[in-house]
Design a protein around this ligand. Structure first.
Ligand code: ADP
Length: 495
């Protein structure tokens, strides 16, 4: 013990997701060493509402992190902490105690749909889009904070003791015992920050009725962010990396240069294309976002979100009972020569980018007596490449076309999907051997922040080995699929 000179270069990553909390240990070269995970309770108090208990998040984080600190042999063996988190979710707490004053309102929560619709009707969307790179949608934190201040009197009563922040901000507050900061990527998802300028924007604060005094200070994604209080891990540990989950995954996939793109296929699918130092505004309803900020210098990305990806497979499994396990979908899709003319548009909760049609509903088209279960399952898997192809067209129209796609997330364990993406997009697809790219990205930021690497380009070696999928589909077959999909989407959009 203690002989290995690299021992103290271990990095601890806290990955605070929507459905679970994880702590992971990495060696400085990116080798995963250990992991602790705990599921997080989801609260659905009424239709459209999704809440978390921030105290539960904190306790789970502390437990998982402590387990990993013990695994490392104590705090002295951990060089730095990196934090990555579900974005947009907003926490309200008392500065004196750090205790939450209200439920955390989760990114999926739609309670502010009316507020956003009103602001849109009043003509504010183009200004919001120009300033923030986002759209007027309940997804983002600003309207959620305004709603909470108007509806939860205990927040107003807390007066100057009220603090607000996204999940990483809350975790840092608790871990340090009082540092109130947020990193630039998380700040860029609140709709309260002008992403091309520094700090919170007075016009946006006014629009959403959010007082500046309750918000954290915006800081870099890598560097000496804060030190944990000694009481949690036996000795202080430096927090040196922080980014929202999709940005962390983009970094973890090594998408650092203009045009480099990653797609994560989990419950939903999130595609981010790096646009380098240049902030681009989408003409195609993609989002502009900060990909990272280091040394005050920002790198940007364009983002497209697909609401339904893996959740479609879950629905086919649990509600339609067409399969017993998600991975059965792969042999079933392979068991038929093609989709038999069946198309599935998975608009089970509306359509996301580039359509943004919240009222759209899903459809399965082209059914006949010749249609079997395998065709429907195949159509479901094909929908991933179809939705991604629509995004690719939008990115290309915005001047950020992809020449390769780096994939991750639970769905791309399915080789058929990975190959179908390569075939339909007609570009090579790359899948890392270690698919926890979000955690790797946070580890990369923490490593750079701790000075283990001079920059992200060097730290990208932590990504490790990758597997490639090469396009091998005839152009006519691709064109036929895209035409069939296009017709099915038009049906769903009602036009
Ligand atoms: P999240 O991080 O959003 O919770 P994950 O990245 O863990 O999601 O991915 C899980 C999703 O992937 C589930 O929705 C599941 O239905 C889907 N999934 C898992 N394995 C497969 C598979 N072999 N084929 C298709 N879908 C799969």
């Amino acid at each position: 013990m203690g002989e290995n000179p690299h021992r103290s270069d271990t990095l601890l990553v806290i990955d605070e997701g929507t459905t679970s909390t994880r702590a992971m240990l990495f060696a400085a070269d990116g080798t995963p060493i250990g992991q602790a995970q705990a599921p997080l309770t989801q609260h659905y108090p009424q239709a459209g509402y999704v809440e978390h208990d921030a105290e539960e998040i904190w306790q789970l984080t502390l437990n998982c992190a402590r387990e990993m600190v013990a695994r490392a042999g104590g705090a002295a063996h951990i060089r730095a902490i990196g934090i990555t988190n579900q974005r947009e979710t907003i926490v309200f707490w008392d500065r004196r105690t750090g205790k939450p004053l209200a439920p955390a309102i989760v990114w999926q929560d739609r309670r502010t749909a009316d507020i956003c619709a009103r602001l849109k009707a009043e003509g504010h969307e183009s200004l919001v889009q120009a300033k923030t790179g986002l759209l007027l949608d309940p997804y983002f934190s600003g309207s959620k904070i305004g709603w909470a201040l108007a509806h939860w009197p205990q927040l107003r009563h807390a007066g100057e003791h009220l603090a607000v922040g996204t999940i990483e901000s809350y975790l840092v507050y608790r871990l340090t015992g009082g540092a109130h900061v947020t990193d630039a990527t998380n700040a860029s998802r609140t709709a309260l920050m002008a992403i091309g300028a520094s700090g919170w924007d007075d016009g946006l604060l006014d629009l959403f009725d959010v007082p500046r005094a309750i918000l954290p200070e915006i800081v870099d994604c890598a560097g000496p962010i804060a030190m944990t209080a000694p009481e949690w891990f036996g000795a202080p540990i430096a927090i040196t990396g922080m980014a929202g989950d999709q940005q962390a995954a983009t970094i973890g996939q090594g998408c650092l240069d203009l045009g480099q793109t990653k797609a994560t296929y989990g419950t939903g699918a999130f595609v981010l294309t790096s646009t380098g130092r240049r902030l681009r505004h989408s003409q195609n309803r993609l989002l502009s976002t900060i990909c990272w900020q280091i040394g005050g210098e920002r790198h940007y990305a364009l983002e497209g979100a697909v609401f339904v990806a893996g959740s479609l497979i879950q629905w086919l499994r649990d509600d339609m009972r067409m399969i017993a396990r998600a991975d059965e979908s792969e042999p079933l899709a392979r068991s038929v020569a093609d989709n038999g003319g069946v198309y599935l548009v998975p608009a089970l909760s509306g359509l996301g980018a580039p359509w943004w049609a919240p009222g759209a509903r899903a459809a399965i088209t082209g059914l006949s007596f010749a249609t079997g279960r395998a065709h429907v399952i195949r159509a479901a898997l094909e929908a991933m490449a179809h939705q991604t192809a629509d995004l690719k067209a939008a990115f290309a129209a915005d001047g950020a076309d992809w020449n390769m796609l780096r994939v991750d997330g639970g769905m791309v364990a399915n080789d058929w999907i990975a190959q179908d993406l390569a075939d339909m997009l007609d570009i090579p697809v790359e899948r890392p051997g270690f698919v926890e790219t979000t955690a790797i990205g946070a580890a990369m930021l923490a490593a750079v922040g701790a000075g283990l690497y001079p920059g992200l380009v060097e730290a990208a070696a932590m990504r490790g080995k990758v597997e490639g999928f090469t396009p091998a589909m005839a152009p006519e077959a691709r064109a036929k699929r895209l035409a069939g999909w296009g017709a099915a989407v038009r049906g769903v959009l009602g036009g």
